[in-house]
Structure formats: structure tokens, C-alpha cells
Write a protein of this length. Structure first.
Length: 267
């Protein structure tokens, strides 16, 4: 990870799960694994879901017409999600620091296709502290990754967008877990928000693409948050209510990522 972007960083993570172990556990998935071989491996650490209820109209204006905003009991949600990544590597190569380890902060909501299959995630933006990772992700996965100056010392997380031509966006917060980790129950809001196994995006021609992922079921903890600054939603004119956000913390999640596929393709 570029030292210029990181003031401090947690100690080295424990050994990553063998992909074969992840692939052997699929009963928690809402639909089968995709066809074909996975493309990338990555581990997510010290992740905090910060969710707010918002008016659906605020989000729908930013969703491609080929997607439909997904809601829970009629309510739309938006999230800001800080974390850091390690062990990022293609299937055929080992992880190579500093490319394999960097900070990420994303803004997301929840969508599905107009046929209602495979509910997934739609990203408004994804900040990352590694410029090379930003360029690869923008070109390979057609995702709105942004360069940012970011720090995380195990308690305090900061991000300042530096991406050329992009509107400014800042995030500063202190957060920590406050209780034991548990899996979520099907039918609950926490399950609906987090147990999603694909993302949606579009390419330059407007083709709707799906990116499948796989991981073990989320182990989530209650959390506390001191939100010092957050303008991540401002570029989209998304206003959140004057109420405490819904918080879920995850210490670690190992993830397999598949190549993008046009929606309608098998897998």
C-alpha cells in the first residue's frame, strides 16, 4: 500500500482461507455458484456497514434504467462502507504487496433486475488508496473507483477524494465493534442488507453487467460510530434522515470474485 496514503495500519492479517474451503460451503447462498472459474481472491477487514433509510426517489434517479431499486418492506436504503483489503490477487498469481493491500470506502444501494432475479448491490462510488487498483477496477470491472488519500489506524478512518475531475468527497469517523459476532437470520433487515452475492454495473455502451461473488455467511457485530465528517453522499444529492444510522461491523470476510457477465448470460 502506498505509504503516502496511509498514516498507520493494523498488523498483518491471519492466513487467508483456502478458496476450496469457501467453495465447499454454499448452503447459505440464495442461488447456486456461478458457472466457470473465479477470477480474483480478496479479504475484507474491519468493515463497517453504515446504513440509512432514504426516500426511494433520491436513489432511483441514479440507477440505470435496466435495474430496479430493491426495497425492504417498501423502504430504500443507502450505505457508506469503510474497510481495508488484503490478499487481493488474480486466481493464477500470489498476492504481492503493496498492490494486494489497501483501503477502500464505498457508497452503495440495493437493486435487482426487472425480472426480480439475483438481488445485488449497485455502487455510486468506491474510493481506494491504491492508484493502480483504481485503474484496474475501472477498466476491468467498469466500476466507479476513485483515487483517495486514506488512513486507518484501527480506530480512526479517514478518506479524502483526490480523483481528477471528480466532485470532492470526505469521510472521517471512529468506529469499533461492541458485541459478539453472529450470522443473520433470513427475513431480517440485516440479512437483506448484507447477504448479497452479486453487483451490477454498466459498461460504456450501457450494457448491464453482473459481477458474481462468493463468501461464507457474514458474521456481524453491533458497533459504535463517531461520525466526524461525511460528504460521500453529497455528489448525488442524497439526504439522510436526522437519525442514528444502522451499524454492522465485520472483522473479516474472504471473498471470491468472478468476471463480469452480461445480464441474461448463464451463471
Amino acid at each position: 500500500m502506498p505509504a503516502a496514503n496511509v498514516r498507520a495500519h493494523p498488523s498483518a492479517p491471519p492466513a487467508a482461507h483456502d478458496p476450496a474451503i469457501l467453495l465447499a460451503h454454499t448452503a447459505h447462498r440464495p442461488y447456486p455458484l456461478p458457472h466457470g472459474a473465479w477470477l480474483m481472491y480478496q479479504s475484507w477487514h474491519d468493515l463497517l456497514f453504515i446504513h440509512w433509510r432514504v426516500a426511494a426517489a433520491q436513489l432511483a434517479a441514479h440507477i440505470p434504467p435496466s435495474l430496479r431499486l430493491d426495497t425492504f418492506a417498501g423502504q430504500a436504503w443507502v450505505a457508506v462502507v469503510p474497510f481495508w483489503m488484503s490478499s487481493v490477487r488474480p486466481r493464477w498469481l500470489p498476492a504481492v504487496p503493496p498492490m494486494s493491500r489497501f483501503l477502500e470506502l464505498n457508497v452503495r444501494t440495493y437493486v435487482t433486475t426487472h425480472t426480480g432475479d439475483k438481488p445485488g448491490v449497485f455502487f455510486f462510488s468506491l474510493e481506494a488508496s491504491n492508484p493502480l487498483a483504481v485503474q484496474i477496477a475501472r477498466n476491468l470491472f467498469h466500476l466507479p473507483y476513485m483515487d483517495a488519500r486514506m488512513t486507518w489506524d484501527g480506530i480512526h478512518y479517514t478518506s479524502q477524494r483526490t480523483h481528477q475531475g471528480a466532485p470532492p468527497a470526505h469521510f472521517r469517523a471512529r468506529y469499533a465493534p461492541t458485541g459478539p459476532a453472529t450470522t443473520t437470520a433470513a427475513g431480517t433487515l440485516a440479512h437483506w442488507l448484507t447477504e448479497r452475492y452479486c453487483l451490477y454495473t454498466t459498461d460504456r455502451q450501457g450494457t448491464l453487467l453482473r459481477g458474481n461473488i462468493h463468501h461464507l455467511a457474514w458474521l456481524l457485530q453491533p458497533a459504535q460510530l463517531a461520525l466526524e465528517e461525511n460528504s460521500m453522499l453529497a455528489p448525488y444529492s442524497i439526504r439522510v434522515p436526522d437519525e442514528a444510522p444502522l451499524l454492522h461491523f465485520a472483522r473479516r470476510l474472504d471473498v471470491l470474485v468472478w468476471a463480469l457477465e452480461p445480464v441474461g448470460a448463464e451463471g
